[in-house]
Ligand binder design. Structure first.
Ligand code: NDP
Length: 248
């Protein structure tokens, strides 16, 4: 963890689940970020996040609906305003949805809604926050890539792996699998396009975490450990919570 020195971070879907876990673990770091932007679509309804923000002035709750381009633009403007002249080091595209459908009962509506949230959202977030990420990269010394400098972390899932059709017998979740496979491709594209700006992009399988979406298991702390250790050689990679490469 010693290797992670993040002045500012934005987590989407930060009101519950893994996103909230990230916020809590950032606070527990020996050197917590000066700004923790917690994106959520209904700021007023989030008591746990509100309580946390009332105790920690470095948490700024940002209204953010990732399937709405106008909301993303407004969030980028708010974050930019708060940061003054400095940039955003870390963007964690964590918000995501799953619809428990088999292939037989999957619908166009599900496919579109899940893709819009899980894939289009992170793409628009990357575009909207690019100027702030670039600014952070320009303001950091050294030529290498790192999460302390400027990075986009896309929260994917092993369920998006085509090579290893993870737990197919337990849940086909076709719209979810397709959206995460597409998110993996997006991450690779972002890694190639944004490398020249000094921005590290990876896609991440968090492991099974006890949330509304997942089962018991790992915690965001392990993910932060991985983020503290990665550099340009991991750019565009699909990693799990232990830093191991996940098959595409
Ligand atoms: P949860 O269902 O617990 O939380 C999802 C979060 O995303 C909530 O904060 C939710 O907000 C937010 N969200 C959903 N849709 C939108 C939207 N359109 N705009 C803004 N925010 C939105 O999920 P997890 O914490 O379990 O998962 C987080 C990420 O990790 C997801 O991308 C998921 O696919 C991935 N993942 C999780 C695993 C697990 O075991 N938990 C395993 C593999 C991957 P709201 O409260 O308003 O609904």
């Amino acid at each position: 963890m010693a290797g992670l020195h993040v002045r500012s971070v934005l987590v989407t879907g930060a009101n519950r689940g893994i996103g909230l876990g990230f916020v809590q673990h950032f606070l527990r770091m020996p050197n917590p970020p000066q700004w923790i932007f917690a994106g959520c679509r209904d700021p007023k309804g989030q008591r746990e996040l509100q309580n946390l923000a009332s105790k920690h002035p470095n948490i700024i709750i940002i209204p953010l609906e990732v399937s709405d381009p106008a909301s993303i633009k407004a969030a980028a403007a708010k974050v930019g305003e708060r940061l003054g002249g400095s940039g955003l080091n870390l963007l964690i595209n964590n918000a995501g949805i799953a619809k428990p459908c088999s292939l037989d009962n999957e619908t166009p509506e599900n496919m579109i809604q899940v893709y819009t949230t899980n894939t289009v959202g992170p793409m628009l977030m990357g575009q909207a926050f690019l100027p702030l990420l670039k600014k952070a990269a320009q303001g950091s010394p050294g030529s290498g890539l790192s999460c302390s400098k400027a990075a986009i972390i896309n929260m994917s899932s092993y369920a998006g792996s085509i090579e290893d059709m993870y737990v197919w017998e337990f849940g086909q979740v076709v719209s979810y699998r397709c959206s995460k496979a597409a998110l993996n491709m997006l991450s690779k594209c972002q890694s190639l396009a944004y490398k020249e700006h000094g921005i590290l992009c990876i896609t991440f399988h968090p492991g099974w975490v006890q949330t509304d979406m997942g089962a018991p298991g790992q915690i965001p702390w392990r993910m932060l450990k991985v983020l503290s250790s990665i550099s340009e050689k991991e750019a565009g990679a699909f990693l799990d919570w232990e830093g191991k490469v996940v098959p595409w």
